[in-house]
Write a protein that binds this ligand. Structure first.
Ligand SMILES: [Zn+2]
Length: 499
């Protein structure tokens, strides 16, 4: 079946169809050694230097499970309100791939370490509970490098090289249950879930969760059914969605695309699709294999994992403050509303706002700059807030300058823009561009007098009691000072001179 070119506009699609989403997140654990051997997991080593007979799958080598990786997975499971298995086994997932030396991947199949949990996410002040189906452990594969071609892809390459340093790196997969009932919030709920999960993993100190470096990777499932239908639609799985923003865009695109397929009287094909960052669209990949294609069977070379109940309770007791608790604590410290807090959290700005407050800004000001002016810049550039070339300390300094009356909001925006453009620290920008508010009365008085002299008709109106006309003079003063006048002081001076 050929792909339809048209999309149904988002709001229209949602007026007739109800989406169900699901997320599978792969997390690279931050253990010092690999999952089943003692090779280091250090990033950026010489290719094929962090390998041994076990992770190369040489005959006769025997894997041993990494205790730290199991502990990290239990931490994740507990933080996600899961049940922890008292006994479970690893399984072999059999398939051929050139960068997988054993021709099977050790994973978990029907006996995952953690099952049946949940994570709450707040969107627009509303809580959505995302069910967690399972959290399981597996090993990563190696990496193929296709050389000689223009695109770095296998097509057009002269030859390929394989780097097995990544083979055997511990990965955790967190799989949600299908999430229904989110309606038009679906794309934002998907993004909010991945944001919340990322923050949770970071708080647990089990991974560096860098999406841009691939240590957190997301597959997004989306299906659509007519409103009121008793069954869910056929789902597609969009692979390797590599930023929070892309998670939202991928769900949104699939809703618009699947609505067009259903409108045309066709069936949505159950398949794997690829998200394209540049166009914000998805295109079909290989069709979804059935689970039995992998011929899973229990890994005979590993003993079962049977975490002791006492050990699990020790791990539970050692969990740090989790993001939801932290959010509640910060909200009461900062005195912000539910809506304001969920906006900060969903924008991925909690750490930024927290650091800005720690650097001396008022919480409401920190929120205002990050979610207003700076969010606009990040959106325009298509990047995350944290990727902007401005630090919380710089935002705090700008906010301080505004508070001290040295900058007004308009000038502060100019200063932030200059910082983003690489012009240096806030004070240096103010100095170099001559942006400080004119609060020196003698300079301001001269301008006020000049404006009064140039507008006798407005002055006459004010003297006749039409004080609203002061605004016109104030506008001229601001224009004459290129926005640098302290507006409150200028208004006072105008009234004084005309009294
Ligand atoms: Zn090894």
């Amino acid at each position: 079946m050929s792909e339809l070119a048209e999309l149904v506009p988002y709001d229209e699609a949602l007026s007739r169809y109800e989406p169900v989403i699901g997320l599978e997140t792969h997390v690279e654990l931050g253990t010092a050694t690999k999952m089943f051997c003692g090779c280091p997991t250090t990033f950026g080593l010489e290719p094929n230097s962090a390998v041994c007979p076990v992770c190369l799958g040489l005959p006769g080598s025997l894997p041993v499970a990494n205790r730290a990786a199991i502990e990290y997975t239990i931490r994740i499971g507990l933080a996600l309100n899961c049940s922890i298995a008292t006994w479970c086994r690893f399984a072999r997932k059999n398939y051929f791939y050139p960068d997988m030396p054993k021709d099977f991947q050790i994973s978990q199949y029907d006996e995952p370490l953690c099952t049946d949990g949940w994570l709450d996410v707040a969107v627009d002040g509303q809580i959505f509970r995302v069910g967690i189906e399972r959290v399981h452990l597996e090993e990563d594969t190696g990496k193929s490098l296709h050389m000689g071609g223009a695109t770095g892809r296998i097509h057009g390459a002269d030859y390929s090289l394989v780097d097995y340093n990544r083979a055997g790196i511990p990965l955790v997969e967190v799989v949600t249950k299908p999430v229904a009932g989110t309606g038009s919030h679906a794309p934002v709920v998907a993004r909010a879930y991945v944001t919340e999960l990322r923050d949770l993993l970071r708080a647990l100190q089990v991974s560096d969760v860098r999406m841009e470096e691939g240590s957190l990777r997301c597959d997004v499932n989306t299906s659509l059914a007519p409103r009121g239908a008793s069954e869910w639609g056929t789902r597609t799985e969009t692979k390797n969605v590599n930023s929070l923003r892309s998670v939202e865009r991928a769900v949104r695109f699939e809703i618009e695309r699947q609505a067009a397929v259903l409108d045309a009287g066709q069936q949505v094909v159950q398949e794997t699709r690829h998200f394209h960052e540049d166009h914000g669209n998805t295109t079909p990949g290989r069709s979804k294999e059935e689970a039995q294609d992998y011929r899973y069977f229990p890994e005979p070379d590993l003993v079962p994992v049977a975490p002791d109940a006492q050990w699990v309770e020790q791990i539970r007791a050692s969990l740090p403050e989790l993001p939801a608790a932290r959010l509640a604590r910060l909200q009461s410290q900062w005195g912000l509303s539910d809506l304001e807090m969920s906006a900060i959290s969903n924008a991925g700005a909690l750490m930024l706002v927290e650091s800005t407050v720690a650097a001396g800004a008022a919480p409401s000001d920190a929120r205002k700059w990050w979610l207003g002016e700076l969010a606009r810049h990040a959106n325009e550039a298509g990047i995350e807030l944290s990727e902007l070339a401005v630090t919380p300390a710089q935002v705090a300094r700008v906010s301080e300058l505004v508070k001290a009356g040295a900058l007004n909001d308009k000038l502060a925006r100019v200063v932030l823009e200059a910082i983003l453009a690489g012009e240096g620290e806030p004070d240096a920008v103010v100095e170099a561009r001559g942006l400080a508010v004119v609060s020196d009365d003698s300079a301001l008085v001269q301008t006020v007098d000049a404006v009064i002299a140039a507008n006798p008709d407005v002055v006459a109106k004010i003297r006749a009691g039409k004080t609203a006309a002061v605004g016109a003079l104030l506008g001229d003063v601001m224009k004459a000072t290129r926005g640098r006048a302290d507006a409150t002081r200028a208004r006072e001076l105008i009234l004084q001179r005309l009294a």
